[in-house]
Design a protein around this ligand. Structure first.
Ligand SMILES: [Zn+2]
Length: 291
């Protein structure tokens, strides 16, 4: 029989997407929409630059290299933030150097199998000890500096899990923005912690109930490339409108990975945003100033 550690079972019990959190779904669904007409929105385009397929990958990076070669042409003058798996800088420094002046560089761990929060039920990766987190930050910052890349001040953990100990360690190494909030599990606006500003990837404020494993399941559809590719265009656009209507000063954070990036769908999204709103593209550090 397969042994599942208690910490992963505990995460499953506390995951508010499962039916035993039904009351919480109702509470979130009751949040009022801000119906005022909003024209201006700030958008952070964020990209996790990592080995192909992230934690499920086998170390190949063909898609990542293709992404790095073409991204500045795709974005034109739009600002964006690249969260980088830092061990890849050592192997491909030239690819990163050519983008250094145009975009914010954030940190997306050293290897992709690091867990910066407590254990989660759907990933076998082991949570890092505090000492290991410090080692990761030290060697990552060194590698950025060695190749004369801007030192990262924004962080996003692999699989988007984080805990207080990680935030404290990040703060010690002068990170000021974290974007690791599990927005696929629950919705939140950006908020300030003691020293770090948390800017979650945007997700649907009102969960959609579907059936998985034969049980009702609440899905906070994240504003990411996976959902842009999966959802019908009208549904995707309706999600974006809901995210924006929930905020008086609307901020939208979009996530794509270097390996799932689809240029055609991305341009389609940009076209939709610019046809509906007056869009200002900002880096994560710039967005933090408004929070
Ligand atoms: Zn990742």
């Amino acid at each position: 029989m397969m042994f599942v550690p208690f910490t992963r079972v505990l995460d499953c019990i506390t995951d508010t997407r499962f039916p035993w959190w039904f009351c919480q779904w109702k509470e979130n669904a009751a949040c009022p929409l801000d119906q005022s007409i909003t024209r201006k929105i700030k958008v952070a385009l964020t990209f996790d630059v990592e080995q192909d397929s992230g934690s499920l990958g086998d170390g190949r990076v063909e898609k990542m290299l293709r992404f790095l070669k073409t991204i500045s042409q795709t974005l034109g003058s739009k600002k964006a933030t690249l969260f980088i798996q830092s061990n890849l800088i050592e192997e491909y420094p030239e690819y990163f150097k050519q983008l250094n002046n145009n975009y914010e560089f954030g940190l997306h761990c050293w290897h992709h199998d690091e867990l910066w929060g407590d254990a989660v039920w759907f990933v076998k990766d082991r949570p890092l000890a505090k000492k290991e987190k410090i080692q990761v930050l030290e060697k990552s910052i060194k590698i950025f500096q060695k190749h004369k890349l801007k030192t990262p001040r924004s962080f996003r953990s692999p699989n988007m899990v984080i805990n207080q100990e990680s935030l404290d360690v990040l703060q010690e190494y002068e990170f000021t923005v974290d974007s690791s909030f599990s927005s696929f599990k629950s919705w939140s606006l950006p908020y300030k912690t003691k020293h770090i500003t948390e800017i979650p990837v945007s997700s649907l404020p009102v969960p959609k109930v579907s059936f998985r494993f034969g049980l009702p399941y609440a899905d906070y559809e994240v504003v990411n490339m996976g959902n842009l590719a999966r959802l019908r265009q009208e549904v995707w656009q309706q999600n974006i409108r809901k995210v924006i209507q929930f905020q008086t000063t609307p901020l939208l954070v979009f996530l794509a990975h270097s390996w799932d990036f689809d240029q055609r769908l991305f341009q389609q999204m940009i076209h939709y945003l610019e046809s509906q709103w007056d869009v200002c593209y900002v880096t994560m550090q710039e967005m933090a100033k408004d929070i």
